[in-house]
Every structure is written in C-alpha cells, then in structure tokens.
Design a protein around this ligand. Structure first.
Ligand code: ARG
Length: 408
C-alpha cells in the first residue's frame, strides 16, 4: 500500500511498483531524526497531544528497516500506527526526504573528516620518522632536485587538509532545514519553524540537491588525491624504483605467480577515483534539466551518495593501514638522489650569488653537465621545507591537525 493509493483506484502493476521503489534503507535513521523534529512542531501547534508525541518518540528510534514499502517515508508512517495517520500533517515526502537526506549528508561529511584526520595523522607520524631522509624529487617523472621524505609526505597531508575544508563546506550546505516547505508551497497549518537555520524559499527547499553535489565533489576530489598517492605508491613499490615495500597486511598475491606481491589496495583506490568522479557527473546530469520543484528524478540522488560514503570510509581505512606499515628502503632512496647533477640548480645559484646573471650561470653549468665535468657545490641547506627545515614543517602541520582540525 502506498501513501497515495486513495487517489489511484486500481493497484499498481507489479513491474511499475518494482521500478518506482526507492533503494533508501540507509536513510531510515535520518528520516527518524527529521520526523522527530516534525512531530515536536505538530505538538507545539496542538496537532498532536502529549501522549501521541510520546508514542512517536518511543516507536521511532526503535524502527528497523524492512523491504516492501515504496520508500522509508512510507515505512515510517505505517509503522507509527495511529500517530502515523496524523504525522504527515503539514509536510510532504518532498520536504521530508530533503530533510532526511541533508542530515545524512552532514553525517557522512563528519565521518569523512574523521577518517581523513586519521590518515593525515598516520602520514604525519611517517613524515616525522623520515623528516630528513633524502629522496629524489621529480618533475615530468624525471629526477629533478633532492627533497626529503618528510617534505614529500607533507605534500600529501596538504591535499588532505583541503579535502577536509571541502567536506566542511558540504556539511554547512546541508545544514539548513527544508521542513515547512511541504510539497512545494508550505502548508496552511503554519507550523512553528524547525530549530536551527532554515531554507528561505519553499520551491528551492524541495528541489535543491546542491549539498549532495558538494558532498560528491568533496568525495571525487578526495579520491583524485588518493589516486595520486596510489599512483606514487605503485611506482615506489616496483622493483624498478624499490623505494618502499608494501606491508603484508595491505598487499595481495597472485593466484598463479607465487613470488608476486601486488599493490591492489592503492590500485583500487586509483580505480575508485574514476567511479567517484562518475557519481558527481551522474547527479549533475540528473538535476540539470529539472523544472521546479520536486520531480521523482531526484530519487536517483541517494544511491550514488550512499556508495560514495561507503567507498570513502573503506578506502581511507585501508590506506591508513598501508601507510602505517609501509617500509621505506632508505638506502635506495639515498642512492636515487646521489647523482651530483641533481644539485645543478644549486651550482647555478652559487654562481648567481657571485654576481653571474642566472642565464649565463645556467649555460655554464649545463655545459659542465654535458661535458661530464660537473662537480656538485658544497652542500647547501635544502630550502624547500621552509624555515626550520623538515622537522619544523612536520611539527607545524601536526599542530594544525591537533588544533583546528581536531575541532571538526
Ligand atoms: N522516495 C522519494 C525520493 O527519494 C521520496 C519523495 C517522493 N515524493 C513524491 N512526490 N513522489 O525522492
């Protein structure tokens, strides 16, 4: 039975019913939360008595999902029994689903932020351990100038810091409540507004899914970063680079070749970046042609968000294990930046300090490199990590994560 069967005399064809049903079990706890808010509004307006509200407050938190209804909103109303017959006054599934989905997205954002912080802290531990371990820095995937492992890992941490900001933005976008918008134009019952910030325009309140797009964008950008880390780890763990070995708890074997140890975890993170980007593109395509206000197309907003949340949680947790157990080969890293030519820029800059124009210095050093007569200058402090060197940079990053980001 649907909530609207009074309007359509004959029952729905089974094929139609199957097609219409929402895959929204994950939304139930958030619909419960939003419905409790709505029930209190009805109580304030005198449309539920104290016992009816108490009933709703007792039944709702205990509700368990069962398949068979059109969506979780229907399930919830029907399980509420007599109070259920009153609960839908002054609301529609259109503001109801938007309210529940906003709570869902806000929660998914906090979950992502916490998991990002865990991965960042693990990277900071590793960056601290090898703050001053030299390694080659690359441009065009050609050895360029030496950097340190600490500096390289802090670059990954920077990406995660921006990801955190994107999830915070998506959470803020999801925060205002659409309750009161009804189907599209509010309700003559004029219920008191829900607590906290609310949306101003009732048509926008039921039609807007920008908060979900912002969440999917945050996930896509995060996965683009995880994919970049993944690509580097694939390279570092090849026999060709051999900068690192995968920990056994985060490596896979081959079903045929007994000797193999494969980086499937980081490859899957890289692969899932494509899927994450696809989810964002998919929902953008869903909303782009929709007239105001609600349209059933919007039911397609939830599966990609549910899947993005799951992938985000699983990928961050698995990568944390991998980063934690990664074994660096410091000898290989040092050997890879032992070629004095990686200090050619330093040599040119030493000439600049003596008054040689940079282009002349560049040409002189290039000639030496070509002739095989280049001699590295006396070791200059690596400027890249900034004042205080690599250790200070790690400490500063850790202070940020322990301070500002801990509050998130
Ligand atoms: N299951 C629907 C969705 O996810 C709930 C809203 C249905 N509203 C309606 N007017 N048919 O969007």
């Amino acid at each position: 039975m649907t909530l609207w069967s009074a309007r359509v005399g004959t029952g729905l064809a089974p094929e139609v019913w199957e097609f219409l049903r929402a895959d929204d079990a994950e939304l139930l706890p958030y619909d419960v939360q939003a419905t409790l808010v709505h029930a209190r509004r009805l109580r304030e307006a005198g449309l539920l008595d104290a016992d009816e509200l108490a009933d709703a407050e007792r039944v709702l938190p205990e509700l368990e999902y069962e398949p068979g209804e059109e969506d979780v909103h229907t399930l919830l109303e029907r399980r509420l029994g007599e109070v259920g017959r009153k609960i839908h006054a002054g609301r529609s599934r259109n503001d109801q689903v938007a309210a529940a989905f906003r709570l869902y997205v806000a929660d998914a954002c906090s979950e992502a932020a916490a998991a990002i912080a865990e991965l960042a802290r693990t990277l900071l531990d590793r960056a601290e351990e090898d703050a001053e371990t030299p390694m080659p820095g690359y441009t065009h995937l050609q050895r360029a100038q030496p950097v340190t492992v600490g500096h390289h890992l802090l670059a990954w941490v920077e990406m995660l810091e921006r990801d955190l900001a994107r999830f915070a933005f998506a959470a803020a976008q999801a925060e205002p409540s659409p309750l009161g918008a009804g189907a599209l134009a509010g309700s003559t019952l004029l219920l008191p507004p829900p607590p906290g910030p609310t949306l101003r325009n009732s048509l926008d309140a039921v039609a807007d899914r920008d908060f979900a797009l912002d969440y999917l964008y945050a996930c896509a950008a995060l996965f683009a970063h995880l994919s970049r880390f993944g690509e580097e780890l694939v390279l570092w763990t090849t026999s060709e680079f051999a900068f690192a070995r995968l920990p056994e708890e985060a490596a896979t074997g081959s079903s045929m070749m007994p000797q193999k140890l494969n980086p499937d975890v980081v490859e899957l993170a890289r692969g899932k970046a494509g899927t994450a980007i696809g989810r964002l593109a998919g929902l953008l395509a869903t909303v782009k042609g929709l007239p105001l206000a609600y349209n059933r197309d919007l039911q397609e907003d939830k599966p990609p968000v549910f899947a993005a949340r799951r992938d985000t949680r699983l990928a961050l947790a698995a990568l944390r294990v991998l980063v934690d157990g990664l074994e660096l080969d410091r000898g290989r890293l040092a050997a890879a930046c032992a070629d004095p030519a990686q200090l050619a820029t330093d040599a040119a800059e030493a000439l600049v300090r003596e008054g040689v124009p940079f282009r002349d210095a560049h040409e002189r050093v290039a000639d030496d490199v070509r002739a095989g007569t280049f001699v590295a200058p006396a070791a200059a402090p690596r400027p890249a990590p900034g004042p205080g060197g690599a250790r200070a940079a790690v400490a500063a990053a850790r202070a940020r994560w322990d301070g500002v980001h801990a509050a998130r």
